[in-house]
Design a protein around this ligand. Structure first.
Ligand code: TYD
Length: 222
């Protein structure tokens, strides 16, 4: 089911130079595929594109990613987990995203600050105001120009993780959470999306091509 539609109506947006585009959604929703497809489309249009992902995207961020996803790290508290995601986000914003946008490049990222609201806020139960404050500090106020939330049900996401997961069905520390966790995360995404402008929710059960088409149309490619 498509939840619908651009919160902002309006004319075509052709100038994507210096714009920041983010994909969000549960695990196994095809975000990295869409990042790749969109960056190829934008490059064909003559734009210089930088792709990123969270957690990671910088040497420090990739080291933090390994800690966060390692199944052996049972001792990691929810607050430490949040702080690590935020640290990775700060490095990425400072080292990669801001400089690229300042150089008029287009940045396309898999995940950004809405992931922390959904996973650590709704999923783990950490205070949403605290997350907003940490996000604001980590990003120095940088917000996406366009945010695509690829929505699938938790059952579909878990089924994809176990059946087609990149790691041959092995689930990392966060993916190992149960369906109730993913239900809270999905609810968090949908609620957070309602509070933001410029968020476009896409039905993640559509084909890869259809999703790419909706993204392209929203960005003004017809
Ligand atoms: P991701 O790279 O999208 O997963 P994968 O490459 O394994 O498909 O994200 C890694 C995990 O981190 C994912 O389970 C979501 C989680 N996550 C959070 O819990 N909070 C955050 O702020 C971010 C950025 C990711």
């Amino acid at each position: 089911m498509a939840f619908g539609l651009a919160l902002q109506q309006g004319g075509k947006i052709r100038n994507l130079k210096g714009k920041f585009i983010v994909f969000e959604g549960l695990d196994a929703t095809g975000k990295s595929t869409q990042v790749k497809r969109l960056s190829e489309l934008l490059q064909r249009e003559g734009l210089t594109v930088v792709t990123t992902r969270e957690p990671g995207g910088t040497p420090l961020g990739e080291a933090i990613r390994r800690i966060l996803l390692d199944n052996k790290n049972h001792a990691l508290s929810s607050l430490s987990e949040l702080l690590l995601f935020v640290a990775s986000r700060h490095q990425l914003t400072k080292e990669v995203i801001r400089p690229a946008l300042e150089a008029e490049k287009t940045v396309v990222s898999s995940r950004y600050m809405m992931s922390s609201l959904a996973y650590q806020g709704y999923g783990r139960g950490i205070d949403l105001d605290l997350i907003q404050q940490l996000n604001a500090a980590a990003t120095t106020g940088l917000r996406p120009d366009f945010l695509f939330l690829i929505d699938v049900t938790p059952a579909v996401a878990i089924n994809r993780m176990t059946t087609f997961g990149k790691k041959g069905g092995r689930r990392d520390r966060i993916e190992a959470e149960d369906i109730a966790f993913y239900e809270r995360v999905q609810k968090g995404y949908l609620e957070a999306a309602c509070e933001e402008t410029g968020v476009y929710i896409i039905d993640g059960e559509l084909t890869e091509e259809k999703i790419a088409e909706q993204v392209a149309v929203r960005l003004g490619f017809c």
